[in-house]
Ligand binder design. Structure first.
Ligand SMILES: [Fe+2]
Length: 287
């Protein structure tokens, strides 16, 4: 195997990895090199990976314990992977008011996965199994570059703030129907630090999400306004990498230094992405 290496593709982060066939066993040296690359670049893209479910799980395992999803739309075959799609099992477009379609709509907001859980996602991967002729891109924002661009005085004001993340909050911003269709998630909340430090590189980042509902200890409207302002700052075009999907792309990203969002897609052609993730091994905050 050619030694794996990363070629930067975004302005400040995101890289294409070459020299790795994800169908093969990942030896410890390769796994360590991939962990370093992910910590450095935040988003890794592997092109033309004709992999099976087991290969995707093997890759995730290099970064943490694969997460068994509680989401009801699984592939059916493997509890560690879910399908991100616009069609049902028969290939027919999902109705706009479908419970799952409303959930996917919420992913068009800038977010980090699972921040409403005490153990949020550490890494998430997506594998493009079937794409329409003009696939909707996925966007990523570099929350380390965003933090580093803030004036020192502002950084001092922000450090130490704790944010409440609430699953129902991000759904309520889609529509009352989306919130109602997912009323079972009410009460899924967790506190996360606003600023986190990457365990490998030591770089700091803004840790935000569409689920971030308010700032602990501050009036709600002030918190909403601060969170909105910081997400707008972090997702300015110069911090964003837009991934244009090709079939069989495998993209994996590190939640410690990225925000991401889906982009709207309304055509009937099938889009099927397989998602697998690993959670953080321990909470970022004691509460
Ligand atoms: Fe997501």
């Amino acid at each position: 195997m050619t030694a794996a290496h990363a070629r930067r593709i975004g302005a400040t982060f995101a890289a294409v990895v070459v020299g790795v066939d994800l169908r093969s066993h990942l030896d410890e040296q390769t796994a360590e090199s991939l962990r370093e690359m992910l910590a450095t670049h935040g988003v890794l893209i592997f092109r033309d990976q004709r992999i099976e479910d087991a290969d995707q799980i093997r890759l995730i395992s290099a970064f943490g314990v694969p997460h068994r999803s509680s989401f009801e739309v699984t592939t059916g075959a493997n509890p560690f992977l879910i399908d991100i799609t616009n069609v049902d099992a028969e290939g027919l477009p999902l109705p706009r008011d479908n419970r799952y379609a409303l959930y996917m709509k919420a992913n068009e907001q800038w977010h980090s996965d699972g921040t409403y859980n005490r153990l949020p996602h550490a890494v998430t991967s997506l594998h493009a199994r079937a794409l329409p002729p003009e696939p909707p891109p996925t966007q990523y924002a570099d929350t380390q570059a965003a933090w580093e661009a803030l004036p020192a005085r502002r950084q001092i004001e922000l450090e130490g703030l704790v944010i409440e993340h609430d699953r129902a909050w991000s759904l309520s911003k889609v529509s009352p129907e989306a919130a109602a269709a997912h009323s079972d998630v009410n009460g899924r909340m967790a506190r996360q630090p606003l600023v986190r430090t990457h365990p490998v590189t030591g770089r700091k980042s803004l840790y935000l999400s569409s689920h971030a509902s308010h700032v602990v200890g501050r009036p709600k409207d002030q918190g909403i306004s601060l969170i909105g302002e910081l997400i707008a700052h972090a997702t300015q075009p110069h911090f964003v990498y837009t991934h244009q999907w090709q079939v069989y792309d495998l993209v994996i990203w590190d939640a410690a230094l990225t925000l991401h969002r889906a982009t709207p897609y309304s055509a009937a052609n099938a889009r099927r992405m397989r998602q697998g993730a690993a959670l953080l091994p321990r909470p970022l905050i004691d509460d």
